[in-house]
Design a binder for this molecule. Structure first.
Ligand SMILES: [Mg+2]
Ligand SMILES: [Zn+2]
Length: 197
């Protein structure tokens, strides 16, 4: 029996949904959506997909910003999405610095396991979209389909190479969503089960 892929998409945050910064995104003012990204999330929602974020936020563990600032950034994101008829169902984040060697910081798959548990699904085949190698590595660990966007650190990631096999590359989140939804529409099963072609 073919595996039923849940209608879920996992996104990295910085460099995928909002502009990245080498100095960390530390406040709502610094949280600036990439053009078209919020619209893309709304398109997924309208097609019946739940969208979940999995994000390394070691700036918290390093004391660069507080939980309240992270919450305020996500409030800004949720509010901007609401205005477009879109939503993110959950934001998973790892607050730990790399030195803590936790199980949730990507490239480890801890957050993906949390997502699978929370939504009670097998993530096999679910697209994971990121701009860094570690986003894709965490995804393939649970057999997600890896998608790299060229926004954020994406171009640098592409140049460095070494991407997981079958990684697909898109200009940005909006381009990913357009391609993804078009392909999913094309493989929708036929409405008559008589097996004739
Ligand atoms: Mg990123
Ligand atoms: Zn962690």
């Amino acid at each position: 029996m073919p595996h039923h892929i849940p209608k879920l998409v996992v996104l990295d945050r910085d460099g995928v949904i909002n502009l990245d910064s080498d100095y960390f995104v530390k406040s709502p003012d610094e949280w600036i959506p990439i053009p078209g990204s919020l619209e893309a999330i709304a398109m997924l929602n309208h097609a019946g997909y739940r969208v979940v974020v999995a994000s390394n936020q070691s700036g918290i563990g390093r004391g660069l910003f507080e939980m309240s600032a992270l919450n305020a950034m996500h409030q800004k994101m949720h509010k901007a999405l609401l205005a477009l008829g879109g939503r993110v169902d959950a934001v998973f984040f790892c607050p730990h610095p790399a030195a803590e060697n936790c199980g949730c910081r990507k490239p480890k798959a801890g957050m993906l396991h949390q997502i699978a548990e929370r939504f009670d699904v097998d993530l096999r085949g679910v697209p994971v979209v990121g701009d860094s190698l570690r986003d894709l590595q965490a995804g393939v660990e649970v057999r997600c389909a890896p998608h790299l966007v060229k926004t954020g650190k994406g171009l640098r990631t592409l140049e460095k190479g070494g991407l997981p096999p079958d990684t697909r590359v898109h200009d940005d989140l909006h381009a990913f969503v357009e391609t993804f939804l078009a392909e999913r529409a094309a493989v929708t099963p036929p409405s008559t089960p008589d097996g004739r072609s």
